[in-house]
Write a protein that binds this ligand. Structure first.
Ligand code: PMP
Length: 299
């Protein structure tokens, strides 16, 4: 059926094999190309799901301004989707995030409120404060709404089952809200798979790998359930950015540093697991979102 709006183009992203960066004796490695969702990241899925559920349950009213805390990708997805559905939107984002994110959100007509870069969670506190006014605002609440992980359960997770024909030994993704890892891990477990689930986090507390949470104990997203994850791997900014550059030059794929971080960790898993196994890494957003950083030139 032909799509009736851009919302119908969300999800069903390709699973692409990594060709040159995998050497004989390693497990096969694939990338789930979430960057190729219409607004450029995995977050199209969750914004669509959370808003659809809220509309169906009557929680989202026509006069509401939709707000959330975002490192940028959810804000961009909300900008697009709010336009299609006819809502105003406002995003709280740390001032340290790339200028591209700000400009893309502003292009959609989303109001951007910048919060302090000194605290990695400042945007969350600001959004929660505003969300108390429930008459004016609808709080998307990606960190706490079950629609986040449900989008990855029914979407990303089900797609991976079909795309790998149920042969998936290890799934590696960065953690922001944890929605992707929670949804995918639940879906694979419900299908009876014993897939190893690997969470990637930045090694540095003030990392330039945007969208990922450095687990310093100051905040745990309410949807996060640590028992679903088998390993936490820390990746340095340098390895994440260098791997994103290699993805571009060796695989022809232009993605952001969180994809680089996930692939870096996935390649290590693939070396350890060895031939005959299947590893999938999440490529969560597009490289164009980082043109103002050292992503392309390197340090
Ligand atoms: N990569 C990027 C670039 C992101 O923006 C995010 C989400 N902030 C993630 C990975 C992690 O996704 P999740 O929120 O589902 O853990």
């Amino acid at each position: 059926m032909s799509p009736t709006s851009v919302l119908d183009c969300i999800g069903n992203t390709p699973l692409l094999p990594v060709r040159r960066m995998v050497t004989p004796g390693m497990a096969a490695v694939y990338l789930k190309m979430e960057a190729w969702n219409p607004s450029g990241s995995l977050k199209d899925r969750i914004v669509k799901m959370i808003l659809e559920r809220a509309r169906a349950e009557g929680r989202l009213k026509p006069h509401h301004i939709i707000i959330d805390a975002s490192s940028g990708n959810t804000g961009i997805a909300l900008g697009m989707i709010a336009r299609v559905l006819g809502y105003r939107s406002r995003i709280f984002m740390p001032e340290t995030k790339t200028i591209e994110r700000r400009k893309i959100m502003q292009a959609w007509g989303t109001e951007v409120v910048l919060t302090s870069g000194a605290d990695q969670n400042s945007h969350i506190w600001a959004a929660e404060e505003a969300a108390r006014d429930t008459e004016t605002y609808f709080y998307l609440n990606q960190n706490g709404d079950p629609g986040n992980w449900l989008a990855h359960y029914h979407g990303t997770g089900s797609e991976l089952l079909a795309q790998t024909e149920g042969r998936l030994d290890c799934f590696v993704a960065g953690v922001g809200t944890g929605g992707m890892l929670m949804g995918v891990s639940r879906r694979l477990a419900d299908a009876g798979l014993a897939t190893r689930i690997v969470a990637v986090e930045p090694a540095e507390p003030h990392s330039r790998i945007e969208g990922l949470l450095h687990f310093d104990g100051s905040y745990t997203p309410p949807i996060w359930e640590s028992h679903r994850v088998h390993a936490h791997v820390q990746v340095s900014d340098e390895d994440a950015f260098a791997t994103a550059r290699r993805m571009m030059r060796e695989e022809g794929l232009f993605c952001g540093p969180s994809a680089g971080a996930a692939l870096f960790a996935a390649l290590e898993e693939a070396r350890r697991l060895g031939g005959g196994k299947v590893v999938v890494a999440a490529a969560c957003d597009r490289g164009e979102r980082y043109l103002s950083t050292r992503l392309i030139e390197g340090d």
